[in-house]
Design a protein around this ligand. Structure first.
Ligand code: PEP
Length: 246
């Protein structure tokens, strides 16, 4: 429902097994504020480890950073959604800017993956966001709306999806921390077109989030949570972000 708030982190290609286990053992028992849904997206090789270290009673959902659209078959190097389900995963990140830039992810493959995720009962976390040139040209809103529409083009309804708005100019080590005011128009346009509570379970912000700017970013109307990279690498910072979202 509309009262949920999501706080998630993707570890990208970071963390050893020992680091992952220590993080998950610490975060697993955390009791989030009412309505806050925490999630973590480790690398594939650490899914079982993190699932077990979070513990059976944990409030923290397990996610993967990618998944293939086919149920099974000759797709060397890929991981299918049913394999993720078997590993205890309930959410899957789809279409991160790094995958679009480096691994040929397109609006079309994103749509295929979203459909597959939903068919298998996984919540897709659909990453969208405009590059700096598009923002400079004043076309951010149209760009993001088009990306989401393409990602949801074939999606079965009323399955849940989470949108993560992650402007390319704001993510990663070269990213610039946004002013909340820079995000208002996009969140407003997305909320009008896809109100939370129908197919959309939440619209998150991602890009240079940390414990210092989390509260003001959550204050942007229509922002239902945070998707965090570097700023949640430390367990104590993730815990703090979960508290701030309450
Ligand atoms: C990201 O790359 O999706 C991201 C949110 O990274 P960071 O928080 O490190 O900017």
């Amino acid at each position: 429902g509309p009262t949920r708030r999501w706080v998630g982190t993707s570890w990208k290609m970071t963390k050893s097994r020992a680091e992952a286990e220590a993080w998950a053992r610490r975060v697993g028992p955390v009791e989030p504020p009412v309505g806050v849904v925490p999630f973590v997206m480790p690398g594939f090789t650490m899914l079982d480890l993190v699932r077990d270290a979070l513990g059976t009673g944990t409030a923290v959902r397990l996610g993967a950073q990618n998944g293939h659209w086919a149920d099974a078959g000759p797709w060397t190097g890929e991981v299918a959604m049913p394999m993720l389900v078997e590993a205890g995963v309930s959410m899957v990140e789809i279409g991160h800017a790094e995958r679009r830039a480096w691994f040929g992810e397109t609006d079309h493959t994103v749509a295929l993956k979203v459909t597959s995720a939903q068919r298998h009962g996984l919540i897709p976390v659909i990453c969208v966001g405009e590059p700096a040139e598009v923002r400079a040209a004043g076309r951010s809103t149209d760009f993001v709306i088009d990306q989401i529409a393409a990602a949801l083009a074939d999606a079965p309804t009323p399955a849940e999806a989470v949108i993560a708005y992650e402007p390319v100019w704001a993510i990663g080590a070269e990213g610039r921390r946004p002013e909340p005011g820079e995000l208002v128009d996009v969140f407003d346009a997305v909320a009008r077109r896809w109100p939370v509570g129908e197919a959309i379970a939440g619209v998150l912000y991602g890009g240079s989030v940390d414990v210092d700017n989390a509260a003001e970013l959550l204050g942007v109307p229509g922002c239902d949570g945070l998707f965090v990279g570097r700023g949640a690498a430390r367990a104590e910072d993730f815990e703090r972000l979960v508290e701030i979202a309450g």
